[in-house]
Design a protein around this ligand. Sequence first.
Ligand code: HEC
Length: 110
Amino acid sequence: MRLRHLATLAITVVGAFTAPALAESPNGQQIFLHGDGAGAMPCAACHGVNAGGNTSIGAPKLAGLPEGVIKSALAHFANGEGGNASMQYIAQALSPAETDAVAGYLSSLK
Ligand code: HEC
């Protein structure tokens, strides 16, 4: 009983923070660092907090890639063309607006 109560409380608290963010236009940095709350895991977990990549798991550097390159890679992954299962799943989970936001954020990094 107590645990269920805590779980409900946690969901309410998380909801209070994510709901307004989702209602506005998506924030690319937020998605990169924390995921989109709808299936897309935080990109930073694999690509590194600065998007510099992680060679040990084969996650390429994303910082500074042109926005169009990022968007077309994600579009291919979402269609099941190339990438790995994680990237395909993530690309499918991102909405078009979230894809634009995260691509814009990454291309702005050095
Ligand atoms: C579970 C680990 C993991 C997570 C989380 C992850 N990625 Fe990836 N990503 C990879 C790996 C591994 C590759 C390389 C896939 C390949 O080339 O086969 C990749 C490739 C990419 C590429 C292609 C880059 C290039 O130069 O070809 C883009 C763009 C990308 N990821 C964006 C993202 C975004 C945006 C997110 C968050 C919404 C994200 N990734 C989350 C592991 C991950």
